[in-house]
Structures are given as C-alpha cells and as structure tokens.
Design a protein around this ligand. Structure first.
Ligand code: OGA
Ligand code: NI
Length: 362
C-alpha cells in the first residue's frame, strides 16, 4: 500500500525512522515533493544564474616531470581561490571509477529493509551508517539525498563490517587515492613554508571515510536541494561525481577569482576526480587556503550518485594555525581546539554555509 504523507510526522517516520529514504518517497510514486523538502526561497538554486567553472583539470602525472612548478602553481592557486579543483592522471584506475558509480546505484536499488539495517540506531557496525539528509532533526527543510557512510579504521575491520555490496570497490578506491592525497598535501604545505614530514601528513589524514551519496530524481528540482550550502569539515575531500552535474561552488567575497559571491558549477569531466579543501586546511593555513562553500542541485530526469572520500585528523588531535604561517601573518585568525569539539558542533547543526568555521575563529 502506498504510504500517506498527509502530515509531517508520518513522512518523517517513513523516510527517516523506517529507513525508506528519499528513494522510498520517489518509488511510492509522488507527483510533487512533500512540503518538508521545499527549501526557503533563498536556498533554492537558480540553474540559469550559474556559470561553469572553466578551469581545466590539473594533470597530476606532470608533478614528477619538467612541468612540476607549473602544476604546483595550479594546485596552490586553486586552493587559495575557489578551494575546488579537478584532477586527472590521479592514480585511481578509470575502470574502478565506473565500478564505484555502478556499485552506488546497485546499493541504493536494494529493498529499503536491506539498507535500513545500517541506520545509526541499529547498525551492526559503529563504522557504517545509512541515512538521509544531513541532520533531519534540525533542518528547516530536508535535503533530497540518501547516503551510506563507511568509516575506515583498518582493512580487517572494513572487510568485516562494511556492507558486502560496497566493500571491495570502496576499499580499493581508498587504497588507490591516498598517495595522491598525500602528494597534494605535500604541495600545499610546502607552499606555506613548512617542510612537511611524513608524520605530519599522517596526522592530517589519520581518519578516512568513504560515502556513497544518492540523489533520486526529483519532481520539483527548483524547490529542493540535494545538499544545502556547506563546507566539508576535514582536511581534503576527494569526490567522484557522475555525468549528471549539479555541484556548485561559491566564489568567496574576498577572492580574486571570477565574480564574487557567485556560484559556479564544477562540470563533470570523464575520468576526473574533484578535490576540495576542508575546514581544517583553512584553519592550518590561517585562512590562506579556502574551504569551499558548495551545494548540490537535484534533477528531474535521472538519479545522481557521488562518492566522496573525507580525510581528517584523529578526533583527539589539537588543531591550530601553523606557527610558520602565523609568524609570517602576524596574527592567528583561529584559536587552538580539539577536533572532537569542532566535529560535535559541525554534526549537530543543519548545513549553513561556512558558519561551521565560526567555532574556530579567534
Ligand atoms: C558532500 C558533498 C557533493 C556531491 O558529500 O559533502 O558535498 O556532489 N557532496 O555529492
Ligand atoms: Ni561537501
């Protein structure tokens, strides 16, 4: 029998509590989005008002050749302005990228009860969480997105605890992308005048998480968002997106790049990965590198998948702007804090642009 969504709580129970997700609403055959998903006008995305980000993907294979300096400049400049860039020749096999996208579609096509076992209240593993929207209990309007999140501790635990349907490709994705992440961090830190030891990079990427995001087709894409405006809290995020498009990044007010305050779309590029700077890098660099504000639109024609890897320090780590940078700048824009406290603040509030960074401001 088709569920009835005649009041907010029956919808919430069906989507969130019972683990049917947004996919469950769509499969029930609705013709317009429920009220709970209608964004305030200011958050709705006007597709016609955004341009494409025309910056070509950075060829990472050139980092070890005669064009080394040029590639370093491209990475640094992207991190200082938009906080987003795309990379090719990144070391992750193209075939694996295709398998990941296929795996995400397969996973979300499973019957609701197979996914719902991983809801955080009942998940058999503390590493695995299936959910919908970001913080449904706190949001004025829900996000049109379901996800499965797999935290990495070590290979054994991942092999035992991650959902069998996503496990192998996700682990391979993590394995093949980490040396690229380390190289990027090396470049970014060296440019700050820090001679990064391997141990420092180990700390920055100590925790890793692979997510699979699923954005079902939406009957009213103009009224909803896939993900609301936010920045990622960690170190660097690696994102695989499919060919649908709809990922937008905000150009910061104080950026020299493009029109300030405007949104640009990161166009899908076959074989490329998207990299974005997280809040921790903005803090460490004392604001030099920009943790990018971004959001995702929904579409009415096809469901979209994306597969991010989030990297971050251990929750017990003390975070503060790097002394080398503060010395040069003359003042620290951010205070020292424990990452766990930052995370607690981040994950207990609805997405609200870069407000997350206020927690760390001096
Ligand atoms: C995220 C995110 C973007 C996308 O998961 O934090 O911003 O394209 N995803 O799905
Ligand atoms: Ni994000």
């Amino acid at each position: 029998m088709a569920p009835s969504f005649d009041n907010e709580s029956s919808l919430f129970n069906f989507v969130v509590r019972d683990g049917n997700g947004v996919k469950g609403i769509v499969d029930s055959g609705i013709s317009k989005v429920p009220q709970a998903y209608i964004q305030p006008t200011a958050e709705q995305i006007d597709k016609k008002n955004a341009s494409n980000c025309e910056i070509p993907p950075i060829d990472l294979s050139k980092l070890n050749g005669p064009d080394h300096d040029e590639v370093v400049n491209q990475i640094v400049r992207a991190a200082e302005t938009l906080g987003f860039f795309q990379v090719v020749n990144h070391g992750v096999p193209i075939q694996l990228l295709d398998s990941l996208k296929q795996t995400a579609h397969n996973f979300f096509s499973l019957p609701a009860e197979r996914k719902a076992v991983y809801r955080k209240e009942v998940s058999p593993s503390p590493l695995v969480k299936y959910g919908t929207s970001f913080v449904p209990e706190k949001e004025r309007a829900l996000e049109w997105k379901d996800y499965i999140s797999m935290a990495y501790t070590n290979d054994d635990e991942a092999l035992q605890q991650w959902p069998i349907e996503c496990r192998d490709v996700s682990l391979e994705y993590l394995r093949t992308s980490m040396s690229m992440v380390r190289n990027l961090l090396q470049v970014l830190l060296e440019n700050l005048g820090v001679k990064p030891e391997d141990s420092m990079i180990d700390v920055l990427v100590d925790k890793k998480m692979v997510n699979m995001n699923y954005y079902p087709t939406c009957p009213n894409p103009d009224l909803t968002v896939g993900v609301g405006r936010h920045s990622d809290m960690g170190t660097l995020t690696i994102l695989l997106q499919d060919g649908i498009g709809g990922l937008y990044v905000k150009i910061e007010e104080d950026s020299e790049f493009g029109k300030k305050g405007e949104w640009v779309e990161i166009p899908p590029v076959p074989g490329a990965l998207v990299i974005n700077v997280g809040d921790m890098i903005q803090v460490l660099s004392n604001g030099k590198y920009k943790s990018a504000e971004h959001r995702v639109r929904t579409t009415s024609t096809k469901s979209r998948v994306s597969i991010p890897i989030f990297t971050m320090p251990n929750a017990t780590a003390k975070i503060a702007p790097l002394p080398e940078v503060v010395e040069k700048d003359g003042n620290a824009l951010y205070k020292e804090f424990i990452l766990a406290d930052y995370m607690k603040n981040f994950f207990s509030n609805a997405h609200d642009g870069k407000k997350s960074l206020d927690f760390a401001k001096n």
